[in-house]
Design a protein around this ligand. Structure first.
Ligand code: NAD
Length: 556
């Protein structure tokens, strides 16, 4: 019996990763959809398939092989990929994203198999609109775009940075239920200043120096405009741009398009969530804190600006709040007397004496919170950690640099040199630490708690802008979802297994900001949580057989 459906049939159905269910096609579906003989006879449930995937996954010898196995699955059967990822997020997200994605990017030219996302090069100037129209899906709602200049803490990886938008968009789907076909990863290849790539015959990108200046700005501008024309209502996430471009592009586009920069704003959201949560744990107030940041780049300054916003919400003046945030860059403490400061550091350049090294800064400022976002490993030395422990009963210490090898200190050191008193979080995951018979569970200040929920709220409400207020609200939402049981286990972030609940909570708050701020033409639905929940993709297989109707057709 053949049945008229909107689905492709036979081998075309099996080769469509969005629809393929592999061995889970039922006998009836196999008969009706021309699949008989194309699959081995035994029918599996989706749950059995997930178990089979996990068994194979565990047999892979290293994390890069595990990454390749999962990407291969995504290319074959997207629903099974997401079902496996969602049900096992704590174990699989470090493979799909940090830290393994860093390794995958370093190897990207060698492991590239089939396109997942679009490559636009400087040679495409004048044609970007046309090129974006080649993408097979018309209803793209979220684009993550990078130019590969500052991949994690690994520097300029050129076109190999494509692994980042691909990974981030998988997390949008897994953590907030954004439809896979609504997601578009984009790499804008303007060359690379990583000369080792130029001489690599396998390098997949343009082996030449980075385009800079007006020509660079023009290609980004053309892309932003074209993306909005081809995909109306799209939200564009800027990711891993070098900081001389990141701040400028954010300032230029944030009031023109629906866009944000995750390295600046998303990081700020999760770090502020971590601060709120740590302060709840130790009964502190944000307005009493003094923050010292090692690093004065995208992550650190983004956190600083959002922390100022949080303090002013609690009654401090902006000047007082800024006076509580101090930055150390590669040349020392950021102070007004310095003449070498980039514009984006100026708002935090206080009138103060010059200090070159972090220890003397700590002794002079006496911070309650120390945050590392410098990309420099082991910079939180035992002396620094001991100084924080001397100054504070419960020092808050976040070592955010990624991947693990770049972290300012290990979790082990953070607990060891503060006698177990530190409230610690890191950018990349660390295993639990046991010290004097006590076990500590280090928090991971993972942006994944924030950007998927913000994206869901923005796209569901059709907000025309992404605002700092949304990230501040997201920080509160994440903190609100940290339970007593999390604290009891030593966590300052919710368990990743509850991420969809966290994302929904954020999305509701973000959508409310859009409606209240008239950032959308849409009216607020009467049941906002129900409305947003209804937008969340669920990778559970459904039957492709028609519910009987008069034309014997099924919808896609
Ligand atoms: P960036 O390049 O914009 O900034 C790096 C900053 O570090 C610069 O201000 C630089 O001057 C400073 N720096 C370099 N060497 C230094 C030294 N020896 N001492 C003091 N400062 C030094 O990079 P970014 O986007 O801000 O990212 C920084 C790090 O934070 C990266 O490793 C990144 O992976 C990590 N990060 C973590 C998270 C997270 O945990 N959620 C999010 C974003 C970024």
């Amino acid at each position: 019996m053949t049945i008229k459906t909107k689905y492709p049939r036979g081998i075309n159905l099996l080769q469509d990763p969005y629809l393929n269910k592999g061995t889970a096609f039922t006998e009836a579906e196999r008969k009706a959809l021309g699949l008989q003989g194309l699959l081995p006879p035994r029918v599996s449930s989706q749950q059995q398939q997930v178990q089979h995937i996990l068994n194979n996954f565990h047999r892979k010898p290293n994390s890069l092989e595990k990454y390749l196995y999962l990407i291969g699955l995504q290319d074959r059967n997207e629903q099974l990929f997401y079902k496996t990822l969602m049900d096992n997020l704590e174990e699989l997200s470090p493979i799909v994203y940090t830290p393994t994605v860093g390794l995958a990017c370093q190897e990207y030219s060698r492991i590239f198999r089939r396109p997942r996302g679009m490559f636009i090069t400087k040679k495409d100037r004048g044609h970007i609109r046309q090129i974006l129209s080649n993408w097979p899906h018309r209803h793209v709602r979220i684009i993550v775009v990078t130019d590969g200049e500052r991949i994690l803490g690994l520097g300029d990886l050129g076109a190999n940075g494509m692994g980042i938008p691909v990974g981030k968009l998988s997390l949008y789907t897994a953590c907030a239920g954004i439809e896979p076909t609504s997601c578009l990863p984009v790499m804008i290849d303007v060359g690379t200043d990583n000369k080792s790539l130029w001489s690599d015959p396998q390098y997949i990108g343009l082996p030449e120096a980075r385009m800079r200046g007006d020509a660079y700005d023009e290609i980004i501008d053309e892309f932003m405009k074209a993306a909005n024309e081809v995909f109306p209502n799209v939200m564009i996430q800027h990711e891993d741009f070098g900081n001389q471009n990141a701040f400028r592009l954010l300032a230029q586009y944030r009031d023109q398009y629906c866009m944000f920069n995750d390295d600046i704003q998303g990081t700020a959201g999760i770090a502020l969530a971590g601060i709120y949560s740590a302060l709840r744990k130790i009964s502190g107030k944000i307005t009493d804190q003094r923050l010292v940041f090692l690093g004065a780049g995208e992550a650190a300054l983004g956190i600083g600006h959002l922390a100022v916003r949080a303090m002013t919400e609690q009654g401090l003046s902006e000047k007082e709040a800024r006076g509580r945030c101090w930055f150390v860059d590669s040349k020392g403490l950021v102070v007004a007397a310095r003449t070498d400061l980039a514009q984006h550091k100026r708002p935090f350049a206080h009138d103060f004496s010059r200090h070159r090294d972090l220890l003397s800064v700590i002794n002079a400022i006496e911070p309650t919170i120390l945050i590392g976002a410098s990309g420099q490993p082991k910079t939180f030395s035992p002396e620094i950690l001991q100084a924080m422990a001397r100054l504070n009963e419960r020092p808050i210490i976040f070592a955010l640099s990624n991947p693990t090898s770049q972290s300012e200190c290990t979790a082990q050191d953070a607990y060891r040199f503060t006698d177990g008193r530190a409230v610690f979080a890191s950018g990349s995951p660390f295993p639990p630490v046991t010290l004097n018979g006590r076990t500590f569970l280090p928090g991971q200040a993972n942006n994944v708690y924030v950007f998927p929920g913000v994206g869901l709220g923005v796209t569901a409400s059709e907000s025309k802008r992404v605002t700092d207020e949304m990230f501040a609200a997201a920080a509160r939402c994440v903190e609100e979802k940290v339970m007593k049981e999390d604290f009891a286990q030593g966590r300052i972030f919710p368990s990743l297994s509850r991420i969809r609940e966290v994302s929904l909570h954020i999305a509701i708050a973000v959508a409310k900001i859009a409606y209240n701020g008239k950032l959308t033409a849409m009216a607020e639905p009467s049941d906002l949580p129900g409305f947003i929940r209804s937008k969340m993709y669920d990778p559970v297989y459904h039957s492709y057989l028609p519910a009987k109707n008069k034309n014997n057709e099924v919808g896609r």
